[in-house]
Ligand binder design. Sequence first.
Ligand code: NAI
Length: 256
Amino acid sequence: MTIDTDFDTDLSGQVALVTGTTSGLGKRFARVLAAKGAKVAITGRRAERLEELKKELEEDGATVAAIALDVTDEQSIADCVKKAEAQLGPINILVNNAGVSTEGFAVDIPIEDFDIVMNTNVRGVFLMAREVARGMIERGEGGQIVNVASIAATEPLPALTAYCTSKAAVAMMTRQLAREWARHGVNVNAICPGFIVTELNQHFLESPAGQKHIAHYPKRRVGEERDLDGALLLLASPKSRFITGTLLVVDDGQSL
Ligand code: NAI
């Protein structure tokens, strides 16, 4: 495996599905899980990018299924989970990563933009979680669900009302589902990352406003994709059987 992580978690025998692996953190999560021995379903809307990633991971010896997924479409979710399990086996790990944002003041943003954020970040996470959890519960073997929330779940950010609201919902959903599925051994946790440079925010972080924002952080920097490896592996590993309903803030102190 060419991927370089400092963590030695062993995920051999596990089957993981990661949503939104065509860019950014999702791509990194898929690479890390595959490097640790999990079979990985990589999913998203951009077929060409999925095929490229599949090729890369297979060249490194991983077992991978590339499957189309739009998390705003309930049927697409059902089809994706079915195909992933047919190709790789029952899913033990779900990483609910796909997410979008919209920028603008609350009085200005078109309600359609607000709806897209909610449909993707909240409804999509809910539909994915319960589709996968149904199988986990039925098989009686439990599993690990890792939602990608954000420090935006608790920190108001300028001109990001829809995004922050959606991530607060993911945080509560994480605790709620963790409570509901605890007796089935389905652990539900969330990573709440601080700012990490990806396609989602590169434009903002490179702007004067973004630079000003970064200057307020205690370490005056933003993260790299690899900075979430440890949190991901901790929460994805079946060895973390005692951790559920946790919102793990990984933000370099940005929210302090
Ligand atoms: P990104 O824009 O590179 O990745 C988001 C992924 O979600 C993309 O691959 C996109 O195609 C996919 N996606 C969006 N709508 C989808 C849909 N309807 N169906 C399937 N896939 C869809 O951005 P990034 O930064 O990698 O974001 C990943 C997650 O991390 C998001 O949930 C984001 O909110 C969260 N996050 C990111 C932070 C950062 O600083 N980059 C900080 C905190 C949270």
